[in-house]
Each structure stands twice: as structure tokens, then as C-alpha cells.
Design a protein around this ligand. Structure first.
Ligand code: PAF
Length: 288
């Protein structure tokens, strides 16, 4: 069974031993209920380091009061087996007390300005403060050389890149491609909330973004393209939080720019799905 630690001293002991031996350490931060998307992060980071640590922590500070913290799926045994099979070396499984030792109401909060106020940040107030806060703690606890994050959470990745650059965390970020089901639905732990009817409708989210890309490539402006995507999603039964087009760094998109990212968040019943698509408009490869 994969080695599991649930106290900071135990984690530090193992990390110090590896550092003393000159080993490079990779981190895959997760909230558990792991799927192929998470395992692809482990596999990607493994290529670059000597030891891989995965954290599993359902972080209360990144959930709003009416969100799904209490019912967020928790599958610790299954996660441990999957991580071991994916080649992970250590599972960091902190309690809320280990992560927030001075108490949840007494915690130092890390806040990234600007970029956290748009898109998901506008619809989930405080969400990215919780993410930046817990990721800062994970970086301090694990002291990774490399940390992998999925591109599905495009804005989260941008927030963490800002955090790393501004606070000078000595970690290299490794963005990993979105893992999708055969019908194109981006893998997410929240997909399991979908009943059969909603699951059948869900791939429409990614399809709407691909149609948006094609309409912009055919000359539609952003308002027309996003308006059509929202209408399609509403017809498919979604309640739309946003469909927006930005420059790849999430600054406002200016008509005539050659590269863009389309991002969407929409609900099927109580389940909120997000997806994004990076694309070029001038035939050049996307920035990465
Ligand atoms: O992407 C996630 O699963 C979470 O936001 C993260 C990065 C593990 C922080 O809790």
C-alpha cells in the first residue's frame, strides 16, 4: 500500500530525507475522488522528478456557503490504490487541523488580486482566496520542485502562476492537458453527480466551445459567438454562469488578436461544470 502521512512532522521527516539524498520532488495537489485526469497529472510529474507526493484534502476554504463541501465525494481507499498504481510515492492526507492549525477562523489568507475577480471568481466569491491559501500551504509543507495542475481549471492555473511569481515560491508549475471522456466531456469529480439524462447532455458544454471557436474563425465577433454558445447551452438544458472569450493570459480579448481562450461554466440541475478551449485565430499554433 502507498505510504500515507497525515501529520506535518511525518511529512517533513520524509521530505527532509529525500532532500538530503538530493532527490527532486513533485507534487500533485488534489481534493481526492481521483479519476484518470488526476492520474495523468501524476504520470506527467513523474517524468520530471524522483519522488511524487499527492495531497488529498477537501479544502473547506474554497467552497462557498451554498456549495457542495459536505457532499463532495470522498473515496480515500480507492484514491490510495489509484495513486499507488499511477506510481505515486507518498500520499499527504492532512486533517483540517493539520492544514489550518490556528483554526479556520484564524487563518492567514492569501489573496491574488485582479484575475480572481472575473469568470469563476465573480460567480464564486472567495473561491480563489481559498485555493491560493491552501496551495501556498501545500507548497510550504511539501516543498516541491515541480507541481502539476490540470488545464481544465484554466483560471486556477493562472491564479497559481501569479501566486508563484509574486511570492517567489521555488516551484516549477507543470500544466497538464485536459483529460476527456470518449464523448468529449472533461473529466471531473463532480461528473458523478449527473444523472443519466444530465450526463447525456453534458458534452454539449465542450461542443459549444468548439462551435464558438469555429464561428470566430469564420469571422464572428466575440459577442455574436458567445451569445450563440449561451443560446445553444440553454436549449440543451443548462443554466449558464458565463461563456467568455479572453486573451490566453485572461486579459480582455481584443478583436484582431491571434490567440484566445474560451471559457464556460454552466449548471445541469445542481451540478456545475466548467470547460475551456484555447485556440488560434490566425492559423498559428496556440501559445504553448
Ligand atoms: O483543483 C483542485 O482540485 C483544487 O482546487 C486544489 C488545487 C487541489 C486546491 O484545493
Amino acid at each position: 500500500m502507498i505510504e500515507t502521512v497525515d501529520t506535518l512532522p511525518a511529512l517533513r521527516a520524509r521530505i527532509s530525507e529525500w532532500k538530503r539524498a538530493g532527490l527532486r520532488i513533485g507534487l500533485v495537489p488534489t481534493m481526492g475522488n481521483l479519476h484518470a485526469g488526476h492520474f495523468s497529472l501524476v504520470e506527467a510529474v513523474r517524468q520530471r522528478v524522483d519522488r511524487v507526493v499527492a495531497s488529498v484534502f477537501v479544502n473547506p476554504t474554497q467552497f462557498g456557503p451554498n456549495e457542495d463541501f459536505a457532499r463532495y465525494p470522498r473515496t480515500p481507499e480507492q484514491d490510495a490504490r489509484g495513486l499507488e498504481a499511477a506510481g505515486c510515492d507518498l500520499l499527504w492526507l492532512p486533517s483540517v487541523e493539520a492544514m489550518y492549525p490556528l483554526g479556520l477562523h484564524n487563518t492567514v489568507t492569501v489573496r491574488v488580486p485582479g484575475i480572481t475577480e472575473i469568470l469563476d471568481g465573480a460567480h464564486r466569491p472567495g473561491h480563489f482566496d481559498g485555493v491560493a491559501t491552501v496551495v501556498s500551504r501545500l507548497f510550504n509543507q511539501v516543498q516541491p520542485d515541480v507541481a502539476a495542475f490540470g488545464r481544465k481549471d484554466y483560471q486556477q492555473l493562472a491564479v497559481i502562476a501569479h501566486l508563484v511569481a509574486d511570492l517567489a515560491f521555488p516551484v516549477e508549475l507543470l500544466p497538464v492537458e485536459i483529460a476527456r471522456d470518449t464523448d468529449g466531456l472533461a473529466l471531473s469529480s463532480r461528473n458523478q453527480y449527473l444523472d443519466a439524462d444530465a450526463r447525456a447532455r453534458a458534452p454539449a458544454l465542450g461542443a459549444a466551445l468548439r462551435a464558438l471557436r469555429e464561428s470566430m474563425r469564420a469571422g464572428a465577433d466575440v459577442d455574436a459567438a458567445t451569445g450563440a454558445a449561451k443560446a445553444t447551452l440553454r436549449q440543451a438544458g443548462f443554466e449558464v454562469d458565463y461563456v467568455e472569450v479572453h486573451a490566453p493570459d485572461l486579459s480582455p480579448f481584443v478583436e484582431g488578436q491571434g490567440a484566445a481562450v474560451a471559457l464556460a461554466a454552466a449548471r445541469l440541475g445542481a451540478t456545475r461544470l466548467i470547460d475551456n478551449l484555447e485556440f488560434s485565430l490566425d492559423g498559428s499554433p496556440t501559445a504553448r
